[in-house]
Design a protein around this ligand. Structure first.
Ligand SMILES: [Ca+2]
Ligand SMILES: [Ca+2]
Ligand SMILES: [Ca+2]
Length: 115
């Protein structure tokens, strides 16, 4: 199973050195994403964070992530997992699809929030 890009994006935004799962995120890292500070990561908060992370990675602002842009955050295996049509670019649609999968995977009890 793919490790997904959720963790890479969290590392990017929150500055976490490493985190294997959302459950292992430290308080400070969660706080950076948990904008209403209720200790849970809602779908809306996740989407806002996901959008921010994409903008941060998309250095040339062309709406896709090339290998060079993604390299600091994703290994080649992760990149290929996300690049579903294998054109060597991660489009916004491919990114959103992956982040959505990652959210659903992390939301083990299916309540729409990560805690
Ligand atoms: Ca929240
Ligand atoms: Ca780009
Ligand atoms: Ca692609």
């Amino acid at each position: 199973m793919t490790r997904g890009i959720l963790i890479a994006a969290i590392i990017l935004v929150a500055g976490a050195a490493s985190a294997e799962t959302v459950g292992e995120l430290h308080e400070n890292e969660l706080k950076a994403i948990d904008s209403n500070n209720d200790g849970f990561l809602s779908r809306d908060e996740f989407n806002a964070f996901s959008d921010y992370a994409f903008q941060e990675m998309d250095e040339d602002k062309n709406g896709t992530l090339g290998l060079d842009e993604a390299k600091p955050f994703l290994d080649i295996k992760q990149f290929q997992d996300v690049d579903r049509d294998n054109d060597n670019f991660i489009s916004r649609a491919e990114y959103d699809a992956q982040m959505n999968d990652d959210f659903n995977t992390a939301d083990q009890d299916g309540n729409g929030q990560l805690d």
